[in-house]
Design a protein around this ligand. Sequence first.
Ligand code: GDP
Length: 481
Amino acid sequence: EDIRVYEFAEACGKSPAEVIKVLFSLGMMVTKNDFLKQDELEILGEEFGIEVTVKDALEDVNYVESYEGEEVDTGSFITRPPVVTIMGHVDHGKTSLLDKIRSSKVASGEAGGITQHINSYTVVKNGQKITFVDTPGHEAFSAMRTRGANVTDIIIIVVAADDGVKAQTEEVISHAKASGCPIIVAMNKMDKESANPDMVKAQMAERNLTPIDWGGDIEFIGVSARTGEGVEDLLENILIQAELLDLKADPTAKAKATVIEASLEKGRGPVANVIVQNGTLRVGDNIVCDTTFGRVKAITNDMGEIVKELGLSETGTVLGLNDVPTTGSSLISMDTEKEVRDIANTRAEHARAKELSKSTKVSLEEMSGLIAEGKMKQLPVIIKADVGGSLEAIKGSLEKIANDEVKVKVVHAAVGGITESDIVLASASSGCIILGFNVRPTGAVKAKAKADGVEINTYSIIYDLLDDVKNALSGMMSAVI
Ligand code: GDP
């Protein structure tokens, strides 16, 4: 709140020009002394890949994952239930285990109603709640994480004790480790005669998940989704881990939830299956989720019952959004309908502008066509070179290349490798290409360039670079670079 363009640029290590470019490209006219609005800050955060904490309307809903104790008012913070994700190789019993845990914890009268597998639920063990979430797979799990949806506190890796570590177990291990969540290994199918827990332990230890009884720090629990053996033990271990994590959140805050699944249902409209991460979600709340918004019309809990609210770490389905939100997006409650509509609309606009700017990106080759047709008056370029001498030489030569109607416009020239911020800058200047001399983009930068539709050309001979640009300008270039 109340931050000027140049202050923001300073705070995130960008030049004011870069900040202004991003906003200009979205049709937002600002100068360096202007104050940034909340939506502009959000957009800039997204563009620059940095986390912008907007203290204002969103202040109350910032999810406090682990409370440190200094700055925040502790008054309303309470311990929240852990959220657990189960992952494992196909057929190792992930679904069976989730169903067993659920049915073993549900009062018998209600259990009869549970025939179908559902993808999230809360159980009570020793008077404490635990929420389980079934993500469609470990890729989906990581995809949600890259979108900032860190719903999971603890990961259980299921390994069939008669089968051991398999290809997908390996993948799951990588995803689990990358998440930084504590891991518990559930060795399933212990009821089978061929079960060999020591084999599982050895294979996991080889992958740096060493059992506690072997001197490591990972809990291995033998279970059977068929007989229920070990399930209580597993739940107890989850509670121990949760206690170590000291998970806190504020039930009095405005709700922040994460969408774990969403669909359009006949007669009900958009339905979002959510898990509450902070605050309390209530019927009647004004909510925004991704580019969708609305008012909570109805909530159904994990038992399929109609309820008035969902508390911390609880899951259920929400009716009332005007469209189907993306999986992994945050659902947030706000005071007024205007707020949620404005935010959703701004996001939608931003998404459209991004799409548009992508589709107007052209390659050097296409550019020459446009220039030939007289549609392009200038060719914007970003030059990156290994040394200052080459950079000056290239810049100087490029600025001299011009014919009657067209010229090169150097948007940015600097010594150094091609970075993500160059891509951001290029995407913000329509048709801009990046020319690298003796520098190459890293894989991550290449991927971003591809995603944003930015062309990068690299050279090690100055003449080649100049020739390409000359050809483009004269509209004669036909060869693909
Ligand atoms: P998922 O692909 O990991 O979800 O695995 P499923 O839960 O679908 O289980 C795969 C198969 O293993 C099914 O035929 C289950 O009945 C069986 N299964 C799962 N858990 C156990 C167990 O603890 N013991 C035995 N004997 N079979 C199990």
